[in-house]
Design a binder for this molecule. Structure first.
Ligand SMILES: Nc1ncnc2c1ncn2[C@@H]1O[C@H](COP(=O)(O)OP(=O)(O)OP(=O)(O)O)[C@@H](O)[C@H]1O
Ligand SMILES: [Mg+2]
Length: 243
């Protein structure tokens, strides 16, 4: 469903994504893991076309994403969250969700009219996440963990087939982590495809069909969680010396 062929992206001398290739299948959960600075977020930014790649190709179904503007990518059914939560704190939870349609929050700032359709979709998403009681609460009063859950909600507003999540569980407590894991598994069972960047190994190893490991811009391993856990190259990348 998503296929990355020899993608490379450099920033002034730093090769953040170095000749990366991998593919993920429809209806699966895949995790992209690796030490800090490995290039994971940059790779997401290349897939969602925030950055153009220097060389290589990125395919989604039969589309070339690397040749497409970012707003068209969202319309193809690809949704993503960001490592740093982005919200409009003075607006309600419903309004924050309703403003996140396929075009992204920025494109709606100058057209603040929220349609009934958007509100209904926001209600559906809140119900799915089990947070309907927060509908009229100001975003600014939510806890960090609730905002992380809303991050997933904003992605779901556009009903994407492919969901890219950048550290959905970073800094949240155990109960909310279980909530998020359950939601991700439900989405997979609904036929969605999920690619997530995550440092929480319990989450990664518990729900992923495939794990892709990146270190210093290079994909060093891809396989099932059980294979990745005993892969010598992976252990070496995490421990920083030969294991
Ligand atoms: N816009 C940019 N300009 C210059 N360098 C960048 C830019 N974005 C990322 N980099 C560099 O690319 C490398 C990879 O960064 P990236 O954020 O992709 O890592 P990451 O794997 O997501 O790390 P983390 O787990 O800490 O989020 C780093 O060396 C980073 O400093
Ligand atoms: Mg990152």
């Amino acid at each position: 469903m998503l296929k990355i062929n020899n993608a490379t992206k450099s920033f002034a001398g730093i090769v953040a994504v170095d000749n990366c290739s991998f593919a993920i299948k429809q209806g699966t959960i895949s995790a992209l893991i690796g030490p800090n600075g490995a290039g994971k977020t940059t790779l997401f930014n290349c897939i969602s076309r925030i950055y153009p790649i220097d060389s290589g190709q990125i395919f989604y179904k039969n589309h070339r994403l690397d040749l497409m503007p970012a707003h068209k990518i969202a319309r193809l059914g690809i949704g993503r969250s960001f490592q740093i939560t982005r919200t409009l704190d003075q607006l309600s939870v419903t309004e924050n969700l309703a403003l996140h349609t396929a075009g992204g929050i920025g494109s709606h700032l100058f057209h603040p009219g929220i349609t009934t359709e958007n509100r209904l979709k926001a209600c559906e998403v809140m119900e799915f996440l089990g947070i309907s009681t927060l509908a009229d609460v100001d975003m600014g009063t939510l806890s960090f963990g609730q905002k992380k859950l809303l991050d997933l909600g904003t992605v779901l507003m556009a009903d994407p087939d492919l969901i890219l999540l950048d550290e959905p569980a970073a800094g949240i407590n155990l109960r909310l982590l279980e909530d998020i894991i359950n939601k991700l598994v439900t989405l997979k069972n609904q036929g969605k495809t999920i690619l997530l960047i995550e440092h929480n190994m319990d989450l990664v190893m518990g729900i992923s069909d495939e794990v892709i490991v990146m270190s210093a811009g290079i994909i060093i391993a891809q396989g099932k969680p059980s294979e990745i856990q005993k892969n010598a190259k992976v252990l070496e990348a995490y421990l920083g010396s030969k294991a």
